[in-house]
Design a protein. Sequence first.
Length: 127
Amino acid sequence: MMKKMLLLTLGLSLTGLLTRAADTPAKPAAPAAPAAPTTPALPEQYKKYDKNGNGKLDEDERAAMLKDREAEILKKYDKNGNGKLDDDEREAMRADRRKLRDEAIAKRQAEQQKKQQPQEEKKEEKK
């Protein structure tokens, strides 16, 4: 008996809510915001590989890009000209990449410090 009463009360409550919602005038729709692009723009360095111009690199385009990158790496680091990177050549490539990474990190940290300095000066002026 208790379950029946609970179900009846719940059903009547839901019916009342639905009726009230149906009687309430609809709010005017807000103007739709312009749709954001689903994919970010392709960086300039990759645009030469995007043959179909769709803004994405498909499998064939990616393969062509990787082939070109591999050729550039071999040209730069393959000192003995055997078409493969030996351990010493691989280590030279890693050292160059570490150097570039460290330089990028140092540059980013310097930029962040420059941004923080004016903010700290403003805080000191307010005191």
